[in-house]
Design a protein around this ligand. Structure first.
Ligand SMILES: *Cc1c(COP(=O)(O)O)cnc(C)c1O
Length: 460
């Protein structure tokens, strides 16, 4: 017998994982395996499968956090076994959630005197559902108080993220998504009279439109709604979907008025896990005043002998993300957030200039005045390839860059969008730019016969 015989059935922890029996077999995929696997080996095999996923840091299609400090990873692990809904058992996590709500409300100029109320959510989608539900309930109360019948409610929006379509369908509200006319990229004040009526529960204004990164003009929209109240007697509230912009504008665009400084803005949502810099799994919904959140929607849970109001679609979820959000507030402070968002914005604008200088693209959004992002399209004419081909080519170097059509009525225009987030240094942006230039040159020399069209990109 050879001296260094390896026994493949030996599962002892001494053995190299890639010499065990398990390493020589396909993993069970759609049925629970009968036997157990040694943890070290199971970990290695699962981790290996995940090698096939894209590299999150090179995903320039996502708004979500892909870079975090080691301390955040540690806190995520520390909080993983705490159920944030158990306010009684984990009162300090509940307290930290409450602090975050107030820190964010303060960032958005909520007036202390108005009894601001809010909660954490799993993301902006859940927060949008809650915001929409509050609008629907308030509208119904208003109609009933006026002795008027409550017909089918509607909500008026610009080009919104899919969560508002979900809200409309799940909660039986008609969505009136104003089509983009001419070169418009978002909702305009002059659209409102045509689309609002007595059954409009609210107008959604987006601070950081998903498709392009621009901000809708919340203040101008509010002024128009003020005028409509004077002229038509319609008092229509605004909910601001600030999924991304809610953690950008307060730091680097402080002259833009979009938040609770505007009386008509009753509620705002943002994703902690986007520019809030928290890891995936947290969003925030805030109401200017308790009056804007109908009592019917609130459930009370016992909390340290007190009564903690909760409003959520979910029940159990980990406390980790909330804790990590608070860590970031503490760790970075006002100056830290400002420096990071400014750096992101500067890099986006720099990249915008460089991409424009490549000569083949026309900028749709150049990174100024909105999110740290750029959006562009191919110049008119036949290039022998599409942006979808370019996306595919960029994937060869690991870059994920989304290509998709604008919403109606501009669906003929296909654009590409690049998001700059924490973790994308100028050097990394330069590498990206070099690859973009090379990919473009390659495609120009090698036209694509059957161009790929991949509609249906889901904005994450
Ligand atoms: C990302 C996004 C959402 C959805 O947010 P999640 O946190 O992913 O649920 C909603 N609205 C806008 C404008 C967004 O950009």
């Amino acid at each position: 017998m050879p001296i260094c015989h390896v026994d493949l059935s030996d599962h002892s922890s001494m053995q190299d994982i890639y010499a065990t029996k398990g390493s020589q077999e396909n993993l069970p995929k759609y049925r629970l395996p009968k036997n157990n696997t040694e943890p070290r080996a199971a970990y290695a095999f699962v981790r290996d499968e995940l090698l096939l996923d894209g590299n999150a840091r090179q995903n320039l299609a996502t708004f979500c956090t892909t870079w975090m400090e080691d301390e955040v990873r540690q806190l995520m692990a520390d909080g993983a076994d705490k159920n944030m809904i158990d306010k009684d058992l984990y009162p300090q996590t509940a307290e930290i959630e409450n602090r975050c709500v107030h820190i964010i409300a303060d960032l958005w100029h909520a007036k202390e005197s108005k009894d601001t109320i809010g909660c954490s959510t799993t993301g902006s989608s859940e927060a949008a559902m809650l915001g929409g539900l509050a609008l629907k309930w308030k509208w119904r109360q208003r109609r009933e108080a006026e002795g008027k019948d409550t017909g089918k409610p509607n909500i008026v929006t610009g080009p919104v993220q899919i969560c508002w379509h979900k809200f409309a369908r799940y909660f039986d509200v008609e969505i009136r998504e104003v089509p983009l006319e001419g070169d418009a990229l978002g909702l305009k004040p002059e659209d409102l009279r045509k689309y609002c009526d007595e059954n409009t529960i609210g107008v959604v204004a987006t601070l950081g439109v998903t498709f392009t990164g621009i901000y809708e003009p919340v203040e101008a929209l509010a002024h128009e709604l003020d005028a409509m109240q004077r002229d038509l007697g319609l008092d229509i509230p605004i909910h601001v979907d600030a999924a991304s912009g809610g953690f950008i504008a307060p730091f680097i665009q402080r002259d833009i008025v979009w938040d609770f400084q505007i009386e008509r803005v009753k509620s705002i949502n943002a994703s902690g896990h986007k520019y809030g810099l928290a890891p995936l799994g947290v969003g925030w919904a805030i109401w200017a005043s308790k009056e804007d959140l109908p009592e019917d929607l609130i459930f009370y849970v016992n909390y340290l002998g007190g009564n903690m109001p909760t409003f959520a679609l979910n029940f159990s979820r980990p406390g980790s993300q909330i804790i990590a959000q608070y860590y970031n507030f503490l760790r970075l402070g006002w100056d830290g957030y400002t420096a990071i968002q400014q750096a992101n914005s500067d890099t986006a604008q720099w990249l915008g200039e460089k991409v424009a200088a490549l000569g083949c693209f026309e900028m749709v959004y150049d990174g100024q005045g909105g999110l740290p992002a750029i959006a562009y399209k191919l110049k008119d004419g036949d290039h022998g390839f599409t942006l979808y081909d370019l996306s595919e080519r960029m994937q060869m170097r690991g870059w994920q860059i989304a290509s998709y059509p604008l919403p109606s009525n501009r669906q003929e225009t296909v654009i590409q969008r690049i998001l700059i987030r924490r973790g994308i240094s100028r050097d990394l942006a330069q590498l990206l730019l070099d690859d973009l230039g090379r990919a473009f040159e390659h495609l120009k020399e090698n036209p694509v016969l059957n161009s790929t069209a991949k509609p249906g990109f889901h904005h994450g």
